[in-house]
Design a protein around this ligand. Structure first.
Ligand code: ADP
Ligand code: ADP
Length: 230
């Protein structure tokens, strides 16, 4: 298992006006899985994503990533662990407009204090993987939406994390571009023995999942059988 979440509970606010965003959520992810977390708005997907990626502390429960119980780490150790282990692709990409495409992709390596020239060389290789080598010196805003998404993916994988997390990867893309990106990720990125977690409510991309977890009202809905997943 790359990730095991056990009995995660998270509430917001003070009693008696608490909102339970998550109640006793447990699941596990294996290498090679492309796991989707789906469900209506307000069902707890973003909260769960934040907790498993070490951004938001749960009230209760454990998150074990590659044998490390992440919420037992101190904050510096946790930050370092996240940088080593988890790659993030945000909904709105978070690309830096004043940096070139190449420099954007190199950022995680720079943050890990890799030498500048080595970082740029690795970023260049990764841009080849996502098919954007010829755009390396452009600022990201000169690229199309789908290309910007690929830059964000390149940045998330450049440091070879074990776990890749996508938050609503197709939210700002039209249907065709969105499907192409996700198909691309499945074909070219997942094959590196990574595990990928995708939070989405875009049913047009469900077909690429190797497994789907459905959330409702802060809980995982028990599977009703694979036929019902699409
Ligand atoms: P989803 O990502 O599925 O839309 P969220 O995880 O964002 O769901 O939200 C789950 C529930 O927790 C919702 O009722 C939401 O209003 C509540 N919630 C999430 N974050 C906060 C917060 N920072 N403060 C108060 N309530 C929150
Ligand atoms: P998403 O579209 O990714 O599900 P949301 O719109 O649910 O995101 O939430 C965006 C941000 O607002 C998240 O950081 C979430 O924790 C926070 N949030 C959600 N619901 C509430 C709430 N009721 N009160 C305060 N913050 C909230």
């Amino acid at each position: 298992m790359i990730l095991t979440a056990r009995d995660i509970t998270k509430s917001f606010g003070e009693a008696p006006n608490q909102t339970y965003a998550l109640r006793d959520v447990s699941f596990a992810v294996n290498f090679g899985e492309m796991l989707y977390i789906v469900g209506p708005s307000g069902s707890g997907k973003t909260t769960l994503l934040s907790i498993i990626s070490g951004i938001l502390r749960p009230d209760d429960g454990d998150v074990v990533v590659k044998d490390t119980d992440i919420w037992k780490l101190g904050s510096d150790a946790l930050a370092g662990f996240r940088l080593q282990t988890i790659g993030f692709v945000f909904q709105d990409y978070h690309l830096f407009p004043r940096l070139t495409t190449l420099e954007n992709v190199a950022i995680p390596l720079i943050l890990r204090r890799e030498p500048w020239d080595k970082s740029l060389a690795a970023a260049r290789k990764t841009l080849q993987v996502v098919g954007l080598a010829e755009k390396e010196s452009l600022p990201p805003y000169k690229l199309s939406g789908g290309e910007q998404q690929r830059v964000a993916i390149a940045r998330a994988i450049v440091a070879q994390p074990d776990l890749l997390i996508f938050d609503e990867p197709t939210a700002s893309l039209d249907g065709d571009t969105g499907r192409k990106i996700v198909a691309f990720v499945k074909e070219h990125i997942l094959n590196m023995q990574r595990a990928i977690i995708i939070v989405t409510h875009d049913s047009r991309i469900y077909e690429y999942a190797t497994r789907i977890i459905r959330m409702e009202d802060g809980r995982i809905v028990p599977e009703a059988g694979a036929d019902h997943e699409k």
